[in-house]
Design a protein around this ligand. Sequence first.
Ligand code: C5P
Length: 400
Amino acid sequence: MSGLANKKILLGVTGGIACYKSAVLLRALQSAGAEVRVVMTPAAQAFVTPLTFQALSGHPVYTELLDPAQEAAMDHISLARWADLVMIAPATADFMARVATGQANDLLATLCLATETQIVLAPAMNRQMWLNSATQDNLQRLIQRGYLCWGPDDGAQACGETGPGRMLEPEALCQLVENYFSPGTLQGVKVLITAGATREPIDPVRYVGNRSSGKMGYAVAESMRDLGAEVTLVSGPTALTSPSKITTIQVETAAEMYSSVMAHVDNCDIFIAVAAVADYRPNHIASNKIKKNKEILALELVKNPDILAEVAAKNDPPFTVGFAAETDQVEQYADEKRRRKQLDMIAANRVGSRVGGFESDQNALLLLWQDGREELPMMEKSYLAQRLAERIAKQFHARN
Ligand code: C5P
């Protein structure tokens, strides 16, 4: 592998148990051709000694901000400018909080302030710490400043709990670094994506909604961006952070999503409809909260426009990809939908079973296009989105 030949990567290691994996990451980056220098925080050195990273990288490890010997070898400003990419793996909650507030109280935090290079965080921490709104607020601030965040994964944690907060595996991180530096198969391609559920108001406090979390749509948007595409994401309300380097437009109802898509679609090459758009909306929205004074309350619903079908039926449509959630006869129903809506590709998933689907972090997809199919087995939505993005890129280029 030489996908990272001539690339200089500054690997920042902060103090979490996942830092034993950073040694493997260092090796993977080197095997891909990168030149790597390591900076460790004091807490990281409580888990792994600098000697480990020194022996693996073949270079001294930088640990001190005010050490004359280290500053003589390469001062912190030069080190900050040396790198083509600064990768913090693992990034602890404490480290994220410190850089979010612009602190310069150790060498690595100072480097983050002093560099104009892209900084990537690979967070690793206990799930409660990850989900804490303090951590999420800090992450949001960092993303707004242009930081990239890769992971974390969901799964078993060193503390014995299960949930989000595992650092991505070294091989996956290394692949993301390679994708970051590769020109991308979608360089210069404009992609429009819908994600999340829509909310159709009934009265000022209630709405008709569905269980879509938006995770799949956001992951697809990030994967298309990582292939080099210029991505616009039209999102219904979700609990997710707007991804960096993606134009995100927040909408609430199907009608708003429709208007937003129609305003942007003529300027896009690929349209991917991942959103779980409400098929119907209440015919009348009550102006006041509806009182519970009737035994039976009938709600009259009218059909919403089918955004995907309308885009595909345009005169000069973009490459259109739809999703199909089916409970049975998945392939047959999905393929019928693909043909009926004149889609270039459909991604079908089985819903209603215990694993995968709407609120889950995992999913499996069956991809169908005019003369081909690909089955993507159950995996994390972020990996699944990468595989889907690669397939869309391939079929897009084949059609053009
Ligand atoms: O026909 P069905 O709703 O099952 O099709 C699902 C696909 O159509 C998804 O890609 C979804 O984003 C899209 N869709 C849409 N507008 C609607 C309903 C569905 O874009 N009103």
